[in-house]
Structure formats: C-alpha cells, structure tokens
Write a protein that binds this ligand. Structure first.
Ligand code: HEM
Length: 210
C-alpha cells in the first residue's frame, strides 16, 4: 500500500506542477502537453514513455486497490474480538474516509480521462489543444464540472493526508515526535497539492485564464 501509494503521490505532484503551466498561456501549456508525448526522444519512439507511465500507474492503482482488503483482513485478524464499544471519533476524518474517498477518486479518474485525455465528454475535445479543452471545461455555465473536480480534488487531499502519514509509519517511523512531524508534513503537502489543482478551474471561472 505504501510503495504503490508513493508512486501515485509522485505522479500527483508532477501532474499538478505541469498543470500550473496553464498560467503561462496557451502556447506554453500546449507545448508542454506535446512534450509529454515525446519524453525520451530520440531514444524512445513518440508516446513510448507515456505508455510506460500509463502501464506503471495502472499497475500501481491495481496494487494499491488490491492491497486494501488484504490489509483490512490482516487488521481484523490481529484483533478477532470486536471492540465492545467503539468510540465514534476514533480516528481523523481523513482516516475514516479512505475507502469511500478511494472509490470517488477512481470514478473521477475515469471521468477525467474521458474529459481531458480522450476528449469524449469535453465541449472542445481537441487533444492537440489541451489549453482550449481546459478553458471550455471550467466555463462558468459548466459550474457542475467545476463542482465535480473540486469534490474529487478535496477527496484526493484527504486521502493523501492520511496516506502520507500511514506510509511514514509503514516505512519505519515510530516515535511520538516523528508522528507529530509527519502529521504536519502530511497536512502541508496535501494543502499544497489541493491548492495547486484547484487554482486551475478557479482561474478559469474567475476569468484569470481565458
Ligand atoms: C483541475 C485539476 C486537473 C487538471 C486541470 C488536469 C488536467 C489534465 C490534462 C489537460 C490532461 C491531459 C494531458 C494530455 O494528455 O495532454 C490530464 C491527464 C490526466 N490526469 Fe489530470 N488534471 C487535473 C487533476 C487530476 C487529478 C486530481 C488526477 C488524479 C487523481 C489526475 C489524473 C490524470 C491522469 C491519470 C491523466 C491521464 C494521463 C495520460 O494520458 O496517461 N488529474 N489531466
């Protein structure tokens, strides 16, 4: 869970940083999207890197989702007698929403690929001009699309907050001081990521990017 999660987190940060190129205008953003298809050239033919990344990410998602029931079973086995009284507020909101948060994120990724990769559900849907696709996507009258993205991105932030914290534990962090430090790191990284992602739709809605 921790290993595949770290891979996915690296992708999330690289993707958020790439999205910020939109603030440099249509030319630089479309050029960046084109570059994504030519990474590794001339060693690799066009799109090969992209397909390697897609394969690795898909394997990481499958591994990550597949590890969830295994870990849950292990946790139940570790304590076969159920708690007689389980306090309602036992873990943070982020920790309690991992499963459903994960499902929301998966559904969002499917919608997002149909929207901005294949262009199937995008009003412009031109893979050569992703800047135009993004601007059309978050036009003020399509407020429901911005709302879906916002909910999904907040779900990503909550998932990440708990995920980074648990990954640190899995990878050996055990002290109380380290726990406090990792809690703060997890919160700071999640807020940064959410702000980076949300800045794009809200820049379009407010007319900063057009
Ligand atoms: C407002 C926020 C976001 C914007 C504006 C955005 C924008 C884009 C764009 C333009 C593409 C197509 C790139 C291209 O092929 O030229 C893309 C692809 C993708 N995005 Fe996002 N994205 C956002 C949030 C997210 C989030 C939160 C996730 C994951 C949870 C995500 C996962 C992906 C994936 C998996 C792809 C497909 C990459 C591929 O073609 O292999 N995106 N995004």
């Amino acid at each position: 869970m921790a290993g595949t999660g770290i891979l996915l987190v690296l992708f999330l940060f690289a993707h958020a940083a790439g999205n910020l190129k939109i603030f440099f205008g249509a030319g630089p953003f479309d050029h960046y999207a084109h570059w994504l298809r030519t990474i590794g050239s001339p060693l690799l033919p066009d799109q090969w890197y992209l397909w390697i990344q897609r394969t690795v990410l898909t394997a990481a998602v499958l591994g990550h989702v597949g590890a969830a029931p295994i870990l849950a079973r292990r946790a139940r086995k570790a304590r076969p007698v159920r708690y007689a009284h389980r306090p309602a507020v036992q873990a943070s909101y982020a920790a309690r929403t991992m499963r459903w948060g994960g499902v929301i994120i998966l559904l969002f990724v499917v919608f997002h690929i149909l929207d901005l990769t294949t262009g199937t559900v995008n009003p412009v849907g031109d893979p050569q001009h992703p800047y135009a696709d993004v601007v059309a996507d978050f036009a003020p009258h399509r407020w429901y699309v911005t709302l879906c993205y916002t909910l999904a991105i907040v779900a990503v932030g909550l998932h990440l907050r708990h995920g980074i914290f648990s990954a640190a534990r899995t990878l050996g962090q055990q002290t109380a001081r380290g726990e406090r430090a990792w809690r703060a790191v997890a919160l700071a990284l999640s807020v940064l990521l959410v702000a980076g992602y949300l800045s794009v739709p809200f820049a379009v809605v407010t007319g900063l990017v057009k």
